[in-house]
Design a protein around this ligand. Structure first.
Ligand SMILES: *Cc1c(COP(=O)(O)O)cnc(C)c1O
Length: 412
């Protein structure tokens, strides 16, 4: 394969497949159905895939909404889209973790749409909008309802009532969306999801009773789209308010899903089988050595050879987000990588910048050979989910933990 890496960096990079990202987005939109828009979640640097790399690709594929973490990330994404923010430019950018003091100016400058639930969110935005002479009902926000995560969001009832009273006819604030977040969507028939949807319904009734007519109602994520539950429940709720239904999906955009579970019955994934991993994380062999029996490898000598071996050194470590939990010892297997289409084991501790692998069985290995850390080679595949399993964490954490010093390179 041709080299995609700028020649002045050390040999470690993540290839981001534009065509796979688009195909996954289309598969998600197809699974969600024509009545539901998919908001493409590119928060946390697009789960490690590069928010400013992924945003223009998704925008060109027709995504109307993108979800970012913060105003800061929203500004970078808006700049990557190269669209001058006038009015409400497409795609819209939902700031999923709202704004902090001092960020209100960039929310307005870059036409970001924050999720809000604290009074201070509204205070900051309203004051800035008034200062700039924004007309009534021109600054869109989405109110989050807390239905059971006890994290972000306002509880239905008195607190919601208070918040809704801020959206007067004269305020520059516009209640454009009402949303909630569900806790256990990978369990397709989880009773908590049902309880949350019931509370969300009550909140929407409160919104309607306050005379407010949001344009969007949204809930759900990758797993609810995969299980097919949310695409059924949300349009009916949205319709009752004359709103458009939306769901928010991140993980599946990048080609991964959580295994679905069901308390009663067998879940039937709607989208998992049509997804392809977007990232191929690669490096190259930078050093080779032969060792004798009884040689120690890595910190704390957790691996000791019992036969002569050939080792290859990779310029990747936990400072790149290559999990230390992939380490092995003489007693316990760790993670593996792909070399010449073959799975080879990691030996000893993954250190900050370096990892040693066993190439004894691949004698043709030479310095410069490409190594796949995450991705496919021939018929073999190492997934971020496999690494998460070995390292005792989630696929989300593995992907968004890939650090900034790994260049992201967009490929076809
Ligand atoms: C991250 C997030 C999502 C997307 O979740 P996935 O499981 O990655 O699809 C949706 N909604 C909210 C509020 C989120 O924070």
């Amino acid at each position: 394969m041709r080299s995609v890496l700028p020649s002045h960096t050390r040999p470690i990079w993540a290839e981001i497949s534009a065509s796979r990202l688009v195909a996954n987005y289309r598969a998600l939109q197809a699974a969600a159905g024509p009545q539901v828009d998919v908001l493409a979640v590119i928060k946390a640097n697009a789960y490690g895939h590069g928010a400013t790399e992924c945003a223009p690709i998704l925008a060109a594929a027709g995504a109307k909404w993108l979800g970012v973490t913060s105003a800061e990330e929203g500004v970078a994404v808006r700049q990557s889209l190269g669209i001058l923010p006038q009015g409400m430019p497409q795609p819209r950018l939902l700031v999923m973790c709202s704004l902090w003091f001092g960020e209100e100016a960039s929310v307005l400058d870059y036409a970001l749409t924050p999720v809000v639930w604290e009074t201070y969110h509204l205070d900051l935005l309203e004051a800035e909008a008034k200062r700039r002479g924004f007309p009534a009902q021109s600054l869109a926000v989405h109110v989050e309802i807390d239905t059971g995560m006890s994290r972000q969001g306002v509880a239905p009832g008195a607190l919601l009532q208070q918040l809704l009273s801020r959206f007067t006819a004269h305020s520059p604030l516009l209640l454009e969306g009402v949303m909630t977040h569900l806790a256990s969507t990978e369990i397709a028939d989880d009773p908590q999801d049902r309880r949350q949807m019931r509370d969300f319904t009550h909140a929407l009734e409160q919104v309607a009773a306050a005379g407010l007519r949001p344009a969007y109602v949204h809930a759900g994520n990758t797993s609810s789209t995969d299980s097919g539950y949310m695409p059924q429940a949300i349009p009916a709720l949205a319709e009752s308010l004359g709103a458009r239904a939306m769901t928010r999906a991140g993980l599946a955009l990048y080609g991964y899903t959580l295994p679905l579970e069901m308390r009663r019955g067998i879940p039937n994934p709607h989208v998992a089988s049509s997804l392809q991993p977007v990232m191929a994380w690669k490096t190259r062999v930078v050093s080779l050595r032969d060792i004798d029996t009884g040689t120690t490898i890595g910190y704390n000598s957790t691996f000791v050879s019992v036969t002569p071996m050939r080792l290859a050194l990779l310029p990747v470590g936990y400072a790149d987000g290559f999990r230390r939990g992939l380490s092995s010892s003489s007693e316990e297997e760790g993670g593996s990588v792909l070399l010449h289409g073959v799975r080879v084991p990691i030996l000893g501790r993954v250190s900050m910048d370096l990892t040693v692998i066993d190439v004894t069985d691949i004698p043709q290995t030479k310095i410069g050979d490409e190594v796949i850390l995450i991705g496919a080679c021939g018929s073999e595949f190492v997934g971020a989910d496999e690494q998460a399993h070995i390292a005792g964490t989630s696929v989300y954490e593995v992907l968004c933990g890939i650090s900034d010093r790994v260049p992201r390179v967009v490929v076809e």
